[in-house]
Design a binder for this molecule. Structure first.
Ligand SMILES: Nc1nc2c(ncn2[C@@H]2O[C@H](COP(=O)(O)OP(=O)(O)OP(=O)(O)O)[C@@H](O)[C@H]2O)c(=O)[nH]1
Ligand SMILES: [Mg+2]
Length: 299
């Protein structure tokens, strides 16, 4: 008998969902940062084992949207929760079970089979971990609760076992060597954005979008040319992104280039330009240009 299913990974911003999908899939399908609201789209990560395949969907962290981009992100979560076989809900043990977690579990643990990963166990004491685990006993419909660490890989096998047990019977939907359906362009834009999230400060990183102008391979030369716009919301932010004498942009470029070379498997020539698109996070037109098209989302 073979098993196949879609598993939606949901949770509050910064809980460790993207770290977890990368750990489960064994590939970097989603970017990670310590900033909340890092993930903006749903992202597919496929993995499998003996007689099973699971298609995980990473989603943006659940929050109250304050702009059109936030609305897009929350609509992505709602869309990702449709037609899934199981939900993997990630709780951040270092913050405990919050009222927003409780709200999600109250609304959803009767609707779907839900497994809860209590993540970041490495960052808390046994007593704190126990408090979160005790609070979760209030939701008897939850199929399994697994304390774990996505960062260290602790208890990943237990979590995988619980999830595989819940997958329905079915044939694998994806070829064995396929681990995501994201395009190289999308992954390249995300890598640049990840570096900007690390290297920028205050409100600037939240208003960054990345648009890949050019992505091409030079035939027989083992070189990939990537030209990307780093879009920010204000003229004053542009100066910050560029930095003194171009130092910050250079750092973003250097960090991104190393990851991009891993992604494409050859030398990368990366050029970054900083552009201002005023208040783009509240313009559907500009959001679409940056790859956040509300029309792509299921109602
Ligand atoms: N100590 C510890 N930190 C972790 C663990 N898992 C993730 N993190 C850290 O938590 C932060 C957030 O991780 P992400 O994977 O980006 O979180 P997310 O839930 O995808 O966040 P959003 O995309 O913003 O919703 C990063 O700094 C991670 O390194 C863990 O098991 N232990
Ligand atoms: Mg994420």
């Amino acid at each position: 008998m073979s098993k196949f299913g879609f598993v939606c990974i949901a949770g509050l911003p910064n809980a460790g969902k993207s770290t977890l999908i990368n750990a489960l899939v064994g590939e970097k399908v989603a970017i990670v940062s310590w900033r909340p609201q890092t993930t903006r789209n749903k992202i597919l990560g496929v993995t499998g084992g003996d007689g099973w395949q699971a298609a995980f969907i990473d989603t943006p962290g659940i929050h109250d949207a304050r702009n059109k981009l936030g609305e897009y992100m929350m609509k992505s979560v709602a869309g990702a929760l449709k037609d899934v076989d199981c939900v993997l809900y990630v709780v951040d043990a270092s913050r405990g079970l919050r009222k927003e977690d409780a709200k999600f579990l109250e609304t959803n643990s009767g609707k779907y089979p839900v497994v809860v990963a209590v993540n970041k166990q490495d960052a808390v004491t046994q007593t704190t971990l126990f408090e979160t685990l005790s609070a979760l006993t209030a939701y008897p419909e939850i199929k399994a609760v697994v304390p774990m660490s996505a960062k260290r890989g602790d208890n990943l096998d237990d979590l995988r076992k619980e999830l595989v047990a819940l997958l329905p019977e079915g044939e694998p939907m994806f070829p064995e060597d396929m681990y995501t359906d994201s395009s190289l362009r999308f992954m390249a834009a995300e890598i640049v954005r990840e570096k900007a999230l690390y290297l920028l400060d205050k409100e600037v990183p939240y208003g960054i979008g990345v648009y890949i102008q050019k992505f091409s391979f030079r035939e027989n030369q083992g070189i990939c040319d990537i030209l990307a716009d780093v879009v920010c919301e204000k003229q004053s932010h542009k100066a910050i992104v560029i930095g003194k004498g171009g130092a910050t942009l250079k750092k973003i470029g250097e960090a991104a280039r190393a990851d991009l070379e891993q992604l494409v498997g050859c030398q990368v020539y990366l050029e970054l330009y900083v552009r201002v698109k005023s208040e783009w996070r509240d313009s559907e037109f500009l959001m679409r240009e940056l790859g956040y098209d509300p029309k792509d989302l299921k109602d």
